[in-house]
Design a protein around this ligand. Structure first.
Ligand code: S3P
Length: 166
């Protein structure tokens, strides 16, 4: 096991899952998503984990899922948007081919609108997305080898940009 070929990080709604799946197809490798790992392991949705146990419990579950995926996956890996909050996760990402996918707020919130269930955006999604993205940009930048802005790009265009950036 040589570790993931590409790790995608970035805020909710930038297209990590869509781009990650297409990138994996293009490279002929498998795709894995730590949000899906958490849901499969816990047998409940992320929204349910937040409601039942709170965000810090979710972060601990997520950090374990990320560590397992980094050690056990050699394809394309997408991390949940808040995974980089954990300093141990940031240390594990050091030296890996990490790409930060960014977007403007309008586009991200529009994408998320089609896929609800994000507890951290409840209330005023635009304002909350902007605040989360602004607070976390330094962390995404710290771990990433490259930044790709997905705004105004098709998933295929983002795949090309990721491949060119690595
Ligand atoms: C979160 C992002 C979500 C999910 C959870 C918390 C965050 O993942 O892990 O709702 O804190 O930004 P996606 O970025 O895959 O939507």
């Amino acid at each position: 096991m040589s570790g993931p070929l590409v790790v995608l990080v970035g805020p909710m709604g930038v297209g990590k899952s869509t781009v990650g799946q297409r990138l994996a197809e293009r490279l002929g490798v498998s795709y894995r998503d730590t949000d899906e790992d958490v849901v499969a392991e816990q047998g409940r949705t992320i929204a349910e984990i937040f409601v039942d146990d709170g965000e810090s419990a979710f972060r601990a579950i997520e950090a374990r899922a990320v560590a397992r995926a980094l050690a056990g996956h050699d394809g394309v890996l997408a991390l949940g948007g808040g995974a980089v909050l954990d300093p141990r996760t940031r240390a594990l990402l050091s030296g890996l081919p990490v790409v930060f996918l960014d977007s403007d707020a309008d586009e991200a919130v529009r994408r998320i609108g089609r896929d609800p269930g994000r507890p951290l955006l409840a209330g005023d999604p635009h304002r909350r997305w902007r605040a989360l993205a602004a607070a976390r940009r330094p962390l995404y930048t710290e771990v990433a080898r490259a930044v790709v802005d997905t705004s105004g790009r098709t998933p295929e265009g983002v795949v090309e940009a990721v491949l060119a950036a690595l």
